[in-house]
Design a protein around this ligand. Structure first.
Ligand SMILES: Nc1ncnc2c1ncn2[C@@H]1O[C@H](COP(=O)(O)OP(=O)(O)O)[C@@H](O)[C@H]1O
Ligand SMILES: [Mg+2]
Length: 242
């Protein structure tokens, strides 16, 4: 079993209560280069502490939607507001800073850096924030403890299993206490036991830290842990039936 996470105890810059929703999407549309509309008129509001699961067929545009929210791709119309800020009104450098500070992204394909040990991988968001190196590594160690990998902090990614790498990816996504967690099929290739651990870990991060989370998942069990379940369709996000 994973130890109880130290998310609150280990951080000093927890976001305070916010009047603005953590995420607001209005009339979002995305059309692919070939002309196919992925979605149109997509709207979503996510408050602090809310956990929303998004389901949808393969190719529906779930990863594209998360990339648009993170400012990694652009929508063709509509607006993305993160913590009260309209992404489109920001210069690229400010958009990068907002992504760095406010968003934790658990990518579908981990994106763990192979040449860095686990502590340095997890510390990476804090290093990008130019936090002191010793503090960043200490926080990374605490996060690795929280995901049950504290004794592996000097291991390299090649020495880890898929489930362990996914836990490293989650530690890295949470280390800088983001207001918004975007998790793209974080249990995609994991056995059911490890998948349940990962989902529990993310769910606790949301509730204990008042973060908001958008969880893209194919797993009905994972989706059932969310406050709301939505389905991505060409008409946008619609309530899913359990
Ligand atoms: N850069 C791109 N150029 C063209 N098509 C793309 C690009 N990125 C994604 N797609 C297409 O967009 C659709 C949605 O992809 P994706 O967001 O990865 O779906 P999902 O995550 O729901 O499986 C797919 O049909 C995919 O092939
Ligand atoms: Mg995807």
């Amino acid at each position: 079993m994973l130890p109880t996470p130290c998310f609150i105890a280990s951080v000093q810059n927890c976001p305070g209560p916010m009047r603005e929703p953590v995420l607001r999407l209005t009339s979002l549309a995305k059309v692919l280069p070939g002309g196919r509309w992925l979605f149109d008129g997509l709207a979503l509001t996510l408050e602090a502490g809310e956990h929303v699961a998004i389901r949808g067929e393969s190719g529906a545009g779930k990863s594209t939607l998360l990339n648009i929210i993170a400012g990694l791709e652009t929508a063709d119309s509509g607006e993305v507001w993160v913590a009260g800020t309209n992404l489109a009104r920001l210069h690229e450098a400010d958009r990068t800073a907002l992504r760095r500070d406010a968003i934790g992204f658990v990518f579908q394909a981990f994106h763990i850096l192979p040449h860095l040990d686990l502590a340095r991988n997890v510390a990476f968001p804090l290093i990008l924030q130019k936090q002191p190196r010793a503090l960043a590594l200490a926080r990374a160690g605490e996060m690795l403890d929280a995901v049950g990998l504290g004794d592996r902090r000097n291991s390299y990614p090649r020495e880890l299993s898929g489930g362990e790498l996914q836990r490293v990816a989650i530690a890295r996504a949470l280390v800088h206490v983001p207001a918004l967690i975007l998790a793209d099929e974080p249990t995609g290739n994991l056995d059911p036991g490890t998948a349940a651990q990962i989902i529990g870990l993310l769910g606790r991060a949301v509730k204990e830290r008042g973060a908001a989370m958008l969880l893209v998942t194919h797993s009905p069990l994972a989706a059932a842990t969310a406050d709301r379940q939505l389905m991505l369709t060409p008409q946008g996000l619609v309530p899913a039936n359990g």
